[in-house]
Design a protein around this ligand. Structure first.
Ligand code: BJW
Ligand code: ZN
Length: 255
């Protein structure tokens, strides 16, 4: 890192600290990048991303499940196993601490995540809005029963409900609508916050990608942290190039 880049980073960190201090409410949107330092692959990284190895149309659509439910549920079962082996990283832990601090000060705090791994909850964030559902809850496609599924691996693929129906992961696939009340709460939190932070997301998947613009239109200050530029980068007040596992603990430290 050159001296100029280090100085710029230092300045950006101080600016974000000030924005956090001044804000009476913060809304944070996280994506796969926040879990990357826990060892969970992102989706769109050109080398290591899930979509570099697998075709999302074959695995993450209702049509794929209808075509080959065993293939799809095996893939999700394998991802559950991988997630169970991973731990929250310093970025997750810093966000949980930030929530404690904001709530202790009587300030508004909303964590919105696109991640399905539940690492935020394991770090201590107690009520994130899960926009794309979770790998840990599975739903019967016949009777609709939802159940937390901790057994790894499943004994059959696709796993079956007591009613005989096939169970599917409680995640949101392409072409499916997001859970209505979760999306409404996320939208409201973006519209009304004083500070919006977009962390570790490529900002290409709608409707989540619109939340930053909704926040800016509502008058919020906006921050992005990502090692790469995204479609949101040019529109935010502070765009920091770096990883959340290293930067969030620095931003949120007391010194
Ligand atoms: C780091 C880092 C580190 C690395 N630190 N950062 C309007 C316009 C165009 C299209 C649409 C539209 N509205 C709807 C659509 C269709 C579609 C869509 O958006 N398609 C786009 C791809 C074009 N959206 C939908 O279908 C959604 N449904 C919907 O809108 O319903 C109504 C409707 C339907 C149909 C037509 C019109 C309206 C549903 C979207 C569901 C997304 N599902 C997935 C899979 C979930 C289950 C699973 O896990 O398998 O969700 S896809 C995948 O992408 C996953 C993620 O949550 C989501 C977002 O990805 P994310 O988190 O941003 O990850 P990456 O990999 O993209 O980026 C990681 C970032 O981290 C990178 O930028 C790195 O640089 C960075 N990074 N290391 C910090 N250490
Ligand atoms: Zn059932």
């Amino acid at each position: 890192m050159t001296r100029d880049v280090a100085l710029q980073l230092d300045e950006q960190i101080r600016t974000i600290r000030r924005l956090l201090h001044e804000a009476s409410s913060v809304t944070i949107l996280t994506g796969a990048g926040v879990s990357a330092e826990s060892g969970i692959p992102t989706f769109r990284d050109a080398q290591t991303g899930l979509w570099a190895k697998y075709d999302p149309r074959e695995l993450a659509t209702p049509q794929a499940f209808a075509r080959d439910p065993a293939l799809v549920t095996r893939w999700y079962d394998e991802r559950r196993r991988k997630c169970a082996d991973c731990k929250p990283n310093p970025g997750h832990l810093a966000l949980a601490r930030l929530q404690d601090e904001f709530e202790a000060a009587g300030k508004g705090f909303t964590l919105i995540t696109q991640n399905v791994d539940r690492l935020h909850q394991r770090a201590g964030s107690w009520n994130p809005l899960e926009l794309h559902g979770t790998l840990w809850v599975w739903r019967c496609t016949t009777c609709g029963e939802e159940r937390e599924e901790r057994q790894i691996p499943f004994s059959a693929h696709p796993p079956r409900c007591g009613c005989g129906g096939m169970r599917r992961p409680g995640v949101v696939w392409f072409g499916e609508t997001l859970p209505e009340s979760v999306l409404a709460a996320a939208w409201q939190a973006a519209e009304s916050c004083g500070l919006f932070m977009s962390l570790g997301t490529s900002s290409v998947v709608e409707p989540a990608a619109s939340l930053g613009r909704v926040a800016a239109a509502g008058g919020a200050k906006t921050v992005e942290i990502n090692p790469e530029a995204t479609p949101l980068s040019s529109g935010v007040d502070v765009s920091v190039r770096g990883t959340t596992g290293s930067l969030l603990p620095m931003i949120l430290s007391q010194d």
